[in-house]
Design a binder for this molecule. Sequence first.
Ligand SMILES: [Zn+2]
Length: 179
Amino acid sequence: MGKAVFMGKEGVLYKKPKNEEDFEEYIVYDDIAENLTLLGLMGFSLAIIGNAKNDKPGASFRGAHDRMLEAITHMTPSPIVFGTCYHHDESCECRLPKAKLFLDITEEYDFDIEDSYMIAGYLAQFNAAKKAGIKNIIIVTTGSSKWSKIAEEFAIAKVSSFSKAITIIQDMAAMVIAL
Ligand SMILES: [Zn+2]
């Protein structure tokens, strides 16, 4: 069994784009490349999970979104597993905040959920991970939004950036080694 760091996309790796059909609107946060590589060196598998909004049938959104994910895979030598709901229908079985994408990937790659982490930037990401049984959830948010107030009671930490979330994981992994 391996351990994984699951990550949301918007609010975690990149800022929510104003126009999701335009690749230029996707802004990746600082230090993502270094930190993804660091997690790989720490022995974590990387899993990026989320919905592609894809509200408009036939829109080029999927192109821009997938191009962004492709760009992220080139930022690190560590392999990344992706779980994405592309389906228009909100009642789709795999759509976050349902846990299916997490559960499918955990089963396929034999991840140990107890040793794994989730970094969540939005409520749907948080709820899906929680439903999947992930206990080590770190919330990334710059504000004190309503959802983060609700979520932080359950989360192990609330931080303002992806880099700070990685520091928490490093500290916790060091504690496990020290025990
Ligand atoms: Zn789906």
